[in-house]
Design a protein around this ligand. Structure first.
Ligand code: FA5
Ligand code: MG
Length: 452
């Protein structure tokens, strides 16, 4: 117990924050104009007008298709498999931990690792297989990148859970690039990398797992580690929760060592119950690094593992690497600048690295205001458009003012766009050109009325 206190300080804050709930508030479908432009953008690089070829396979475009060229250009980069890239390093560190910590019956690693499953999945894999209802807001076009009505770029590595369980696996990790239309700031990027972990147990295995290992103070602040005797009477779900939090606490303790401040936040996923997110205190702010939970039995059963129970987690590799190596901005992971990449050329994956930022170049900040259209408007459409035109020189987009006209009831939004190049100083002229293109496009594509 005492040793544990030095490793991490756990706070179960009990507050209900649902990422899926947040999406409910933000989600709205794509405007038709934007959709059309993406489709034509798309068509220009395809063999026939309405087909796109991705990773060697053709997909017929339809009204769902909304993948931009910028996003397409990231598919196949596989940063997590590029030796010495920080995402590769962190993947290897986590793998190393799981290999050493969990040994199977024959002395071989318990968890098998899949890090090259293609990112194109069916809508069924991404949603239906995980019990996500047809009308769930996380399916919205405004939040995802669809190839067409049946195929999409995976929005999470959970898209592979069902298939791997169905193939008979009880313990596995999946690492891959995932794609989401999301807000723009230093910790969100439309393409990022997740690691999924799934572990299934028989009742007997579960009891041995939680009562056999060393005790770890998961439940400070009014909770405590249960005694072995008590475990006999605990419900399987409680034991699973304990086993899950134990595994994840050990992982972050292995990665970060002493002095890390973490907390568990209750949340909601359709495929786990109970569900939690882990947050880590990063430079004075709480940063969410993973989602996890006890797997819904209906899901486990449907994958053919009726005699098993289990837990799963999905962690954001960029977020963990940012904390571990002190990387201040998520865009840096895509940098080809040797001043960035060279810092991760270390002989051993567990070697300590503290990223030394090269000088920070000055930002250029411009605002954009417009009246929203009377019909649907989605902030994610706007963010996607800004990212498509501005690329990685856009550091942050913030809604700084929202105004409703007292008589007409029309709503106006004012966003502040921070432009900053990671490798050089931007000129006001080049930013003005980009900003002007955004102004024009936002009117054409999203049907807003400019207040420029
Ligand atoms: C999920 O994606 C769930 N599939 C996780 C899960 C797996 C739950 C298994 C239960 C069982 P969430 O949307 O919270 O959950 O994303 C997981 C992590 O991905 C986040 O904690 C964060 O670290 C990372 N992440 C999410 N969005 C972004 C983004 N736009 N940019 C960078 N990292 C992100
Ligand atoms: Mg989340």
């Amino acid at each position: 117990m005492a040793a544990c206190r030095n490793v991490t300080r756990m706070v179960h804050c009990g507050q209900i924050v649902s990422p899926w709930g947040l999406q409910i508030k933000r989600a709205a479908s794509l405007s038709h104009a934007w959709c059309r432009s993406i489709a034509s953008d798309f068509a220009s690089r395809t063999p026939t007008a309405n087909t796109v070829e991705l990773l060697g396979k053709p997909y017929i475009s339809d009204s769902y298709s909304n993948i931009t060229k910028k996003i397409l250009s990231k598919v196949g980069k596989n940063l997590h498999n590029r030796k010495h890239h920080p995402l590769w390093l962190i993947k290897e560190r986590v793998k190393d931990h799981f290999y050493k910590q969990y040994i199977g019956r024959f002395g071989t690693p318990l968890f098998s690792v899949y890090d090259d499953l293609p990112p194109v999945v069916t809508v069924e894999q991404n949603f239906d297989s995980l019990l996500i209802p047809q009308d769930h807001p996380s399916r919205k076009k405004g939040d995802n990148y669809y190839l067409n009505q049946t195929h999409m770029l995976r929005a999470h590595t959970s898209a592979h859970q069902w298939d791997l369980m169905h193939s008979g696996l009880d313990a596995f990790l999946v690492v891959g690039d995932v794609y989401r239309r999301d807000q723009i700031d230093g910790t969100h990027y439309p393409v990022f990398h997740q690691m999924e972990g799934v572990r299934l147990f028989s009742n007997h295995e579960l009891f041995n797992n939680v009562s056999g290992g060393e005790s770890f103070c998961l439940f400070e602040q009014g909770h405590r580690t249960p005694h072995k005797q008590e475990m006999h009477t605990m419900e399987a779900a409680k034991l699973l929760e304990y086993s899950l939090k134990l595994a994840l606490t050990k992982l972050v303790a292995h990665l970060f060592g002493d002095g890390l401040e973490i907390r568990w936040v209750d949340c909601y996923f359709p495929f786990t119950h109970p569900s939690f997110e882990m947050e880590i205190n990063f430079q004075g702010e709480w940063m969410e690094v993973l989602g996890c939970g006890v797997m819904e039995q209906q899901l486990v059963n449907s994958a053919g593992a009726e005699n098993k129970i289990g837990w799963a987690f999905g962690l954001g590799l960029e977020r963990l690497a940012m904390i571990l190596y002190g990387i201040p901005d998520i865009r840096l992971f895509w940098s080809e600048d040797a001043r960035f990449l060279k810092q991760f050329h270390v002989p051993h994956v567990n070697q300590k690295i503290q990223f030394k930022p090269f000088s920070k170049y000055p930002p250029v900040i411009n605002d954009i205001s417009f009246w929203l259209p009377s019909d649907k408007y989605s902030e994610n459409d706007f963010y996607d458009l800004v990212r498509t035109i501005g690329g990685d020189i856009v550091e942050k987009v913030e809604l700084i003012d929202e105004y409703t006209h007292p008589e007409t009831k029309r709503v106006s939004h004012c966003y502040q766009i921070t432009y900053r190049h990671l490798e050089r100083t931007l000129t006001q002229k080049e930013v003005s050109n980009i900003h002007h293109t955004i102004e024009q496009s936002v009117v054409q594509e999203l049907g807003v009325e400019g207040r420029f």
